[in-house]
Design a protein around this ligand. Sequence first.
Ligand code: 8IG
Length: 277
Amino acid sequence: MTTTSTSDPYDLAREAALEIGRRTGVASHDVAIVLGSGWQDAAASLGTTRAVIASQEIPGFAAPSVPGHHGEIRSMRVGDHDVLVLLGRVHLYEGRTPAEVVHPIRAVVGAGATTVVLTNAAGGLDPAMRPGDAVLVRDHLNLTAASPLSGPAPPAGTAPRFADLTDLYAARLRSLARSVDPALRDGVYAGLVGPHYETPAEVAMLRGLGADLVGMSTVLEAIAARHLGAAVLGISLVTNLAAGVSPTPLDHAEVLAAGAAAAPRLASLVGAVVTRL
Ligand code: 8IG
């Protein structure tokens, strides 16, 4: 991590945004895409890469400790948009604080992004789902017992901490995604801390609560992005059916295989959505 002069999360994000602008030579990027587990192979074919930065070289970025999360920031041209692609994220289950988890989001919004695309791999709670399905996040259940907005009050000029989340995952962006692929379904994503998977009883509870997807990321990032005024698109890659829904125990190899097989399809979906923004 780069030495920094502040511990205030909003100041730190502003420093990071300035450094991203300097390192990329692009004063303002209008879109950011976070590529989660299973999505990394989609990066190269999204568009033209213009700069690659190791995220540890940007103030406040923690090195991801999860295999498949590279910790890289790319500046790309996708259609006529300047896009920051974040390969890898950090999670609460790595022992990170909510502020650390959402720091990259605050940095990219500070660097200009008004649209934030959050991708993840998730367990499917609906037996009709299949590994390899992409599902638009319609809404979420934040079951982490954490908020990125707890802590120091946002500075003057930033929205108050009591963020309205009515249209957290923008209906407009989901419609745009459906204009690319009319077969895309949507669902409610339950965000848990993990890193263990759920028990069958927990899966039954989550289904009863109205969740369709379950995972260990995204919810805090979505809140932080929306708080700063960005429009959020969430897309889950279903890589396994959740415990008790799946007829067999959860198999990590199957999860990875689903991601690898889906990567080209995911890249063309995200690339087409961003191009149409
Ligand atoms: I991939 O079944 C993936 N991530 N909590 N449960 C939770 N996270 C996940 C799952 C799952 N599959």
